[in-house]
Design a protein around this ligand. Structure first.
Ligand SMILES: Nc1ncnc2c1ncn2[C@@H]1O[C@H](COP(=O)(O)OP(=O)(O)OP(=O)(O)O)[C@@H](O)[C@H]1O
Ligand SMILES: [Mg+2]
Length: 393
């Protein structure tokens, strides 16, 4: 692994170099946070510093502009890292306190570089989110996943139920919860692709589903870091990953948003539903999420509820990308565990056709990304790690 180390003037460069000596690390050094070039094709940039400075923030920004996928690690030779934490929000991947954390360097560098490779894969990771409960997130996640798997090319599709307390992707797909994400976390140790595969439930449409825990309290066993690792592994094994989430922006939804290349924001056609969806879109804007990677879905569209298209666009500040009609056939399909997109023929309900169009859009965007690498959509980010409850046992 090729690592560029930029060292702040005044720090002992020999000591910095010595603390990074490990087999497999090829170190190139440069002195001066304000003057060093961050160009080049190194796998990782490490910045050795004695504390926060504006130059440090500029260097992180310059590095990410040069290569958004290259991890940036801050090596702090100060015992207090409080101010440095703001660099995580600016795109730095990790802060290590030196020399105490020197032993962790090889493992942290290897993990970040491996992760960066996974994130540049062309697998879209689509998180389905919504401000409120019952808007149609699970309906969308299930039908999008099935529609993607039904394509002629026979793509590998995974759906993850990240509604860790009350997830019902299993019910919507008609799958028995023989194995869940909780059973996987309970195996302990590191999760790898092989192990993960063994806990995916296979649906007859071709979709593999990682189901939510059976009981709400089991969600406490799952941490944000662990979920990030699961998403990374799935992106390496599948052509599409779809994540169903719970309402609002709790930590598990933020983790899914951070890991995603695209979002489907599902809102409901009602006065309060539109207001909540607008607030959700504003929250995503504050988080710096790339607008062009957000698909806005308006569900339960019904011309008789007193709201016009003009009203909808005025409240949301944009037109929805997709509209799903209110239809009893939709409710029936969820209750019976038979995704509506599987209802074919001439009398295919409009809701099914709408989900097919959504899948077609993602298929086209994936093809474009494969042909022109870099067009996948948004580069996933990572916010400071959050834990959903107790540490993973
Ligand atoms: N367009 C629609 N027409 C009729 N029924 C619908 C429609 N959209 C959703 N439903 C029904 O509403 C119920 C809630 O939908 P769904 O479970 O997808 O919402 P959700 O956003 O995932 O809810 P939660 O936040 O509680 O997980 C389901 O029974 C579903 O079939
Ligand atoms: Mg749901």
């Amino acid at each position: 692994m090729r690592v560029l180390v930029v060292t702040e003037r005044g720090l002992d460069t020999d000591e910095v170099r010595a603390s990074l000596a490990a087999p497999g690390l090829e170190i190139e050094t440069s002195v001066g946070i304000d003057t060093s070039s961050v160009g080049g094709d190194h796998d990782l940039l490490a910045i050795a510093c004695s504390g926060y400075s504006d130059e440090l923030s500029t260097l992180v920004e310059r590095s990410l502009r040069h290569d958004p996928g290259r991890p940036v690690v801050i090596l702090s030779w100060s015992s207090t890292t409080g101010f440095l934490r703001s660099l995580l929000a600016e795109g730095a991947s990790e802060i290590l306190t030196m020399p105490g954390d020197a032993a962790r360097v090889p493992e942290v560098f290897a993990r970040l570089v491996e992760r960066a490779k996974g994130l540049t894969a062309t697998t879209p990771l689509i998180a389905v989110i919504g401000s409120k409960g019952g808007t149609g997130k699970t309906l969308t996640a299930a039908n999008l996943a099935v529609a993607l798997a039904q394509g002629k090319e026979g793509k590998r599709v995974a759906v993850v139920d990240a509604d860790l307390q009350f997830g019902d992707i299993g019910i919507t797909l008609g799958l028995a919860p023989d194995r869940t994400i909780y059973d996987l976390v309970r195996t302990g140790g590191r999760v790898d692709a092989e192990k993960l595969k063994g806990f995916m439930m296979h649906h007859h449409s071709g979709v593999d589903a990682l189901l939510a825990p059976l009981r709400p309290e089991q969600a406490n066993a799952i941490s944000a870091e662990w979920m990030q690792e699961v998403y990374r592994l799935l992106r390496q094994s599948y052509d599409y990953v779809v994540i169903d989430t719970c309402p609002g922006f709790p930590p598990e939804v933020i983790t899914a948003i951070d890991a995603s290349s695209h979002l489907c924001v599902v809102g409901e056609m009602s006065a309060s539903g539109l207001k909540d969806t607008r607030l959700g879109l504003e929250t995503l804007e504050k988080m710096g999420y790339d607008k062009s990677c957000i698909h806005l879905i308006l569900n339960r569209v019904d011309n008789s509820v007193g709201l016009t298209q003009e009203h909808v666009a005025a409240v949301l500040g944009r037109q929805p990308d997709l509209m799903i009609p209110s239809d009893k056939a939709v409710t029936r399909s969820s209750n019976l565990g038979e995704p509506i997109v599987l209802q074919g023929g001439l009398r295919q309900p409009e809701a099914a056709r709408a989900f097919q169009r959504l899948a077609a859009w993602f298929r086209a965007s994936r093809t474009e990304a494969v042909q022109k690498p870099g067009l996948l959509g948004r580069v996933p980010t990572s916010h400071p790690t959050t834990s959903y409850g107790k540490a993973t046992s």
